[in-house]
Structures are given as C-alpha cells and as structure tokens.
Design a protein around this ligand. Structure first.
Ligand SMILES: [Zn+2]
Length: 393
C-alpha cells in the first residue's frame, strides 16, 4: 500500500467506525491483553486498518455478530429471531463466557506470524491479528491471498495455501488446507467423506483439548488424533497438517502472542468455542448443503437419543464462490431464517455439545453424535463445489 492508498483507507474506515451500532464496531473489539500490547507498540491506528476490501472481509467473516448470537443462544439466551437481543457483546458473561466467544472468533481470525521469506517484509516476526495487532498487515496478507487463490483467467486453479508451504494460518483457513474450520471442503472436487473426516479430526482435537485430554504444551504434530479408531501412525492427520510447524503447541495455535486466556478454565473454553464455530458454519447454506429431513432422530449406542439435523448432501468449497452470494448466506437475514426453521439447527446441536462437555462425556460419545447424527452424509462420494447458486459468474 502506498501512502495515497492509505489516506483513502483511513477515510473509509473512519466512516465505517463512526456509524452508530455498526456491527463492525462490536465485532472486532479486542479481548484482553492484546489491546494493551498493541497500545505499547503503537501499531493500533484506525487510519491504517481497512480499505475497499473491508466490505468483503466484513461481509464474509464477521457478519453481523451471527456467531456471537448463536453462541449466546447455546448458553441459554432466548429472544425472538428478529430482535437480535442475543447478539450484543453486552451479553458477555451473562450467557456465553468471554473465552468461548474468543474461541468462536478464532476460526475466522487466527493469530499468525509471517516467516522470513514471506511478504510483506515489514510484517514479519510479530503477531498479526485483528483488530489491534498489525491490522494493515492482516489486510494486505488477506487481500493478496484472496487474489492468489482465485482461479486464473484460463480456468486453471489458483494457489493452494497449506502447511507444506508454511502459509499463514489466516490463508490456510480461508483458501487452503484448513477450510474445515468453516465446515467447508478444501477444494472443488473433494469427496464428502474426506471433508467430513477433516471436520471430525478438528472436533476431536478441540473437544479433547477442552476436556484436558490434550494439554496446552503438547506439540500439534504429535497429537494422537484418530488413535481410538486404530489408524496407523502415517494417518495421523495433525502430523501432516503441522509437519513443518514442529515448534507449535496447542497453546501457540490458540493464543499466539497473547497469554490472556492461557489459564484454565479459559483455555478450555477457547477450544470448545472453536468447535462451536465449525458446527455453526455447517448450518450456513454457503458452506454446507443439507436436505430437509424433519422428524428424524439418532439412536446412539450409549443409549442417548437426539433429534437429527438435515442430512449433509454436499460440502461447498470457497475458491470459486462469489463473495457476495456466499456472504449473503452468512448474513443476518439468513440467521433469522435459520432460527425460525424447524429444529434442530446450530443452536440445538450446540446445546447438545455443551451438555456433553459439561458432563465430561468421553470423546467417543461426542464422535458418534457428530459422525452419525450431525454430519450424516447422503452420499460419501458426493463431490464438493461452489454450489450452483454461489458460483462465480
Ligand atoms: Zn467460519
């Protein structure tokens, strides 16, 4: 960004920020020490935060406090869908504890650091995270990643950001090998069964971290995810995902550069919040196509019986989706429609998971519920794509 662009950016952001009640104002509030750290470093400047990409960013990832609202509802907030009384951050503590919201937001906004050979140069070596830690670096990295990931004019696929290329977590989660953080396929043409397995792996990681089966100090690449299924060492998914991040621990992943929530029980809540994010996204139509199958129940082998959400028809992938069309399905009208549609949906499934977590249910029980009930597939071989109604035209 040159200086002139920055000037324009400053103006755009100032307008966005000054609109009373604008969702953005609430949504990117910082939580805890990172604000103080940022103040010390003097990197927090509204004038350098966002440019024209702001609309895109906001439309897609922090839309109207939807994740916050769903989370407060899971923790007991009730109000009519149209009123949004469960959305404001003033509910923090009254319903969902703050660390849960931090965890829910983490999937959209994971803190990261650029490595030595990564651009932009001036952003290397310190933590980048919205809203306060190097926000202009965040925007530059995100915008460039978005451009690089898009299909080329000749139809060839754009760049894929993964662990092997040591890409920033922000890019892996939106345009690469970690799109399961949003209940989405990693690329077009991925089998539904593979997307589902990646989601279940993340669910296992977050749930077992929340229940302290995994400790904050454990290295990610060594975590025995899927071990209960008796799968060989070579199939350890985190060994692949974090093969080139052998210094990263669970704590690094969730709280890089900010130790505000490293103590318990906050740390467990962050992990649990990240699980809730995936579940919530799986009910957004731009992410997952579900069929309408009311009145179904799931009988678990351990005796419990749960209402069953619509079966998964297909997972979407983001690379060839139109941003605006995707964003609309993440928006407030879509949320209201979801809340008014027949249960179970994101709130009811979240409540089941919360009850399981609070009763310290073993992962095997949670796994069975997610595998056979929440993410039951119509066709394991269904291939992911943008979804016709979301396709870039
Ligand atoms: Zn998401």
């Amino acid at each position: 960004m040159d200086r002139n662009t920055r000037g324009a950016v400053a103006f755009t952001l100032a307008v966005a920020i000054s609109v009373p009640g604008h969702a953005f104002k609430l949504k990117v509030e910082s939580a805890g020490k990172e604000q103080r750290v940022a103040n010390l470093r003097s990197v927090w400047s509204l004038s350098s935060l966002f440019g024209s990409s702001a609309t895109f960013v906001l439309d897609n990832f922090w839309h109207d406090l939807n994740h916050e609202e769903l989370t407060h509802r899971i923790f007991g907030c009730e109000s009519d869908a149209e009123q949004r009384a469960c959305a404001p951050s003033t509910n923090v503590g009254q319903f969902a504890p703050l660390p849960v919201l931090v965890g829910v937001r983490w999937n959209d906004n994971p803190p990261f650091q650029l490595e030595d050979d990564q651009r932009p140069k001036g952003c290397r070596g310190t933590t980048v995270k919205l809203p306060v830690l190097q926000p202009d670096c965040w925007l530059t990295v995100f915008s460039q990643g978005k451009k690089d990931a898009a299909a080329k004019a000749d139809g060839s696929p754009g760049r894929f950001f993964d662990g092997a290329s040591r890409s920033a977590l922000l890019l892996r989660s939106h345009f690469g090998d970690m799109q399961f953080l949003h209940a989405m396929a990693r690329r077009d043409g991925e089998r539904a069964a593979d997307t589902k397995q990646a989601i279940l792996d993340w669910a296992e990681f977050t749930y077992r971290t929340a229940t302290k089966d995994f400790a904050g100090g454990q290295y990610l690449y060594q975590l025995p995810i899927r071990e209960s299924a008796g799968i060989g060492v070579s199939d350890k998914p985190f060994a692949q995902l974090f093969d080139r991040q052998k210094g990263w621990t669970v704590t690094t992943l969730f709280t890089l550069g900010d130790d505000t929530f490293r103590a318990q029980p906050a740390f467990s809540w962050i992990a649990f919040g990240s699980l809730l994010h995936v579940i919530q996204d799986s009910f957004a139509r731009g992410h997952v196509e579900r069929s309408d199958t009311p009145g179904q129940t799931c009988q678990m082998s351990y005796g419990a019986k749960f209402d069953k959400p619509g079966r998964v028809r297909a997972f979407r992938s983001y690379s060839n989706q139109d941003d605006g069309l995707h964003g609309r399905e993440d928006g407030v009208a879509a949320l209201e429609a979801h809340l008014l549609s027949p249960p179970p949906g994101a709130v009811e499934v979240g409540k089941v998971l919360l009850a399981m977590y609070r009763s310290n249910a073993p992962w095997a029980q949670v796994q069975e519920y997610l595998r056979d009930c929440v993410f039951d597939l119509e066709d394991p071989d269904a291939l992911s794509g943008p979804g016709e109604e979301f396709r870039t035209r």
